[in-house]
Design a protein around this ligand. Structure first.
Ligand code: THU
Length: 133
């Protein structure tokens, strides 16, 4: 089972795949699922700067395109050189969608910081507002 240090190391490793020539700010994210799978992502920027995609969002997209719909138990994020960063507001919402589908509140590791996703995004808007029960 992946622990905090291992998941942070996976996030740092993922940052090596970032395409961030404009900001020179490489970010990596690693998602841990309840079956032990780790899915990573890194930021992918665009010459039209506003179209750039964050590491956390790319990891969620990778997971959902793999068919995952929940099971998110933990995630780690790392900035350039392993710097501590927390997920941006948009990524918190994107992460919430995947977590909410499986009814989990994942722990979020950012350097020495430890949070839950619900701490980072309290009273979140989610799929239950729109999907029939
Ligand atoms: N970035 C992420 O990938 N995740 C975050 O949570 C914060 C910001 C990226 C977006 C952009 O490519 C670069 O970092 C600078 O903002």
């Amino acid at each position: 089972m992946m622990d905090r240090a291992a998941l942070l190391a996976a996030a740092r490793g993922a940052a090596g795949d970032a395409y961030a020539p404009y900001s020179d700010f490489a970010v990596g994210a690693a998602l841990l699922f309840d079956d032990g799978t780790v899915i990573t992502g890194s930021n992918v920027e665009n010459a039209s700067y506003g179209l750039s995609l964050c590491a956390e969002t790319n990891a969620v997209v990778r997971a959902m395109n793999d068919g995952r719909r929940g099971g998110l138990v933990a995630l780690a994020v790392a900035g350039p050189g392993g710097a501590t960063i927390t997920p941006c507001g948009r990524c918190r919402q994107v992460l919430h969608e995947l977590a909410a589908l499986g009814g989990t509140d994942p722990v979020v590791w950012c350097g020495e910081g430890e949070y839950t996703l619900s701490q980072l995004l309290p009273d979140a808007f989610g799929p239950e507002a729109l999907l029939p029960r």
